[in-house]
Design a protein around this ligand. Structure first.
Ligand SMILES: NC(=O)c1ccc[n+]([C@@H]2O[C@H](COP(=O)([O-])OP(=O)(O)OC[C@H]3O[C@@H](n4cnc5c(N)ncnc54)[C@H](O)[C@@H]3O)[C@@H](O)[C@H]2O)c1
Ligand SMILES: O=c1ccn([C@@H]2O[C@H](COP(=O)(O)OP(=O)(O)O[C@H]3O[C@H](CO)[C@@H](O)[C@H](O)[C@H]3O)[C@@H](O)[C@H]2O)c(=O)[nH]1
Length: 427
């Protein structure tokens, strides 16, 4: 089957490679010329483990082609996956302008039956909107179906998640589209849920919001445990071993970030409000998440004597989590903004993120970063930071204060080396 992927970001590129692996011919379409030129040369414009190797393989085999030519791309493909961004609008809802733009282009150039699949995360009712947008631009009466097929991959493990999903969700009421979609996912052994587009769209938001809720729950509990001097990691393990709860997404930290949870929880809250059915539980999830970096910075301030003015702070980690160079809604950047507002001098390091020139003082090595620091803050859970030589790093800092925003270090071990250690209820 000829597949068109519109939008070659994390989701588009991974989805395209997935279908190449399944033996399909795939075209990637993007409006950004530099991305297209890079992808054609087998170069990814973001860091994602394992993806570039696969890209090189499928570009060389000519299974994955890239273009900026929308008209040709629409005409030559049967199934079109919309994988463009749906960022947060000013009121918290999802901005559908990129999706609308793609739907209108498809309407303009459609020449025979197409299955149009929304893989982007889109609010309930978007399949109907996409249908209207395509129809409005169509000159004739060429048939098409719109299918909702949300994506559940995580950055940092995108390929593995896409190759081994827990489930595949297909939202359509068309028999033809359902047959085509089931054929596309024929090689997968996971459950395939076929439902209507509205339920499919809701499943994606409900899943992300539930996971965000688990994180806010453990983070709020962590604050209480901190006060009561209880180790939150033990509590996470103790409740997570109950199979009805499960161990995942119970790591206390600096709050959830990234390009999905913050915007998707807000978008679902907005959908709920628009329909007069407020989701108060999710409103609290957001509040707890926003309070988490504030709580952590207060702990840092308190430990350092109540004033951060002119204190040199080394921040380790800029991405919103390990194994990605994505800094969208990164708790680390939120923390840095606050440190700067408190007049601290911030030096930062990240194994993969390269911030824009002048954005902040970023150094090449951990050693350079911590040299002369009054405090070191671990912000991202990179493996690189788990096994640092804290004995030699201690000789470089001005004051041995270690703040662990991810509870990734052994408190007893670093305290044994003479560090003042503060984690998130890591007692
Ligand atoms: N990043 C993730 O881990 C993830 C996982 C699951 C779902 N999602 C959802 O998938 C969608 C895409 O996310 P992403 O992180 O891959 O986004 P991204 O920002 O990395 O990529 C989107 C791409 O679309 C391109 N684009 C925009 N308008 C276009 C148009 N009219 N024609 C062609 N290309 C166009 C942009 O240039 C960009 O390269 C979002 O709705 C997101 O919520 C993301
Ligand atoms: O126990 C945990 C687990 C995660 N996080 C944080 O939560 C955020 C999101 O993490 P994760 O879910 O691993 O990353 P994403 O790549 O944003 O993936 C989420 O968002 C995607 C986009 O919608 C979905 O496809 C995925 O299923 C969903 O996990 C990050 O800041 C993590 O550090 C915690 O603080 N504690």
């Amino acid at each position: 089957m000829n597949i068109l992927i519109v939008g070659t970001g994390y989701v588009g590129t991974t989805t395209g490679l997935l279908f190449c692996e399944m033996g399909h011919q795939v075209t990637g379409l993007d409006l950004d010329d530099s991305k297209i030129q890079g992808l054609k040369a087998g170069k990814l414009h973001f860091y994602e483990p394992g993806l570039e190797e696969l890209l090189i393989k499928h570009v060389a085999a000519k299974n994955f082609m890239f273009t900026k030519n929308t008209k040709k791309a629409v005409r030559e493909n049967d199934v079109i996956f919309i994988c463009v961004g749906t960022p947060q609008d000013a009121d918290g809802s999802a901005d559908l302008s990129y999706v609308k733009n793609v739907a209108e282009s498809i309407g303009k150039y459609i020449n025979n039956y197409k299955v149009i699949v929304t893989k982007s995360t889109v609010p309930v009712g978007t399949a109907t909107l996409v249908t209207e947008w395509v129809k409005k631009k169509q000159k004739g009466q060429i048939p098409f179906d719109v299918v909702s097929n949300p994506e559940f991959l995580r950055e940092g493990s995108a390929l593995q998640d896409a190759l081994n999903p827990d489930r595949i969700v297909i939202g359509t009421t068309s028999e033809t589209a359902r047959t085509i979609m089931k054929e596309l996912y024929n090689d997968f052994h996971c459950p395939i849920i076929v439902t209507n587009p509205k339920a499919s769209e809701m499943i994606k938001y409900a899943a992300n919001s539930f996971l965000a809720m688990k994180i806010s729950y453990i983070n709020e509990l962590a604050k209480m445990c901190d006060y009561l001097e209880i180790n939150i990691n033990d509590v996470s393990m103790g409740i997570g071993l109950d199979q009805r709860i499960g161990p995942q997404f119970l790591r206390a930290g600096m709050g959830y970030g990234g390009s999905c949870f913050p915007k998707d929880v807000n978008a679902l809250i907005q959908t709920a409000k628009e329909n007069g059915q407020p989701l108060t539980i999710l409103e609290s999830v957001v509040k707890v998440n926003e309070a988490q970096p504030v709580y952590f910075i207060e702990k840092i301030k308190q430990a350092l004597g109540g004033d951060l003015t002119n204190k040199t702070i080394a921040v380790l980690g800029l991405s919103f989590k390990a194994n990605t160079d994505d800094t969208r809604e990164s708790p680390s950047l939120i923390l840095i903004d606050r440190l700067v507002a408190e007049q601290a001098q911030v030096k930062a390091h990240d194994p993969k993120v390269k911030m824009a020139e002048g954005a902040l003082v970023q150094l090449q090595t951990v050693e350079e970063t911590v040299t002369g620091a009054d405090a070191v803050i671990l912000c991202t859970d990179w493996d690189d930071y788990k096994n640092l030589d804290w004995v030699s790093l201690k000789s470089l800092v001005t004051q041995p204060y270690l703040f662990d925003g991810r509870n990734m270090l052994d408190k007893g071990a670093v305290e044994g080396l003479g560090f003042h250690y503060v984690g998130i209820a890591n007692h």
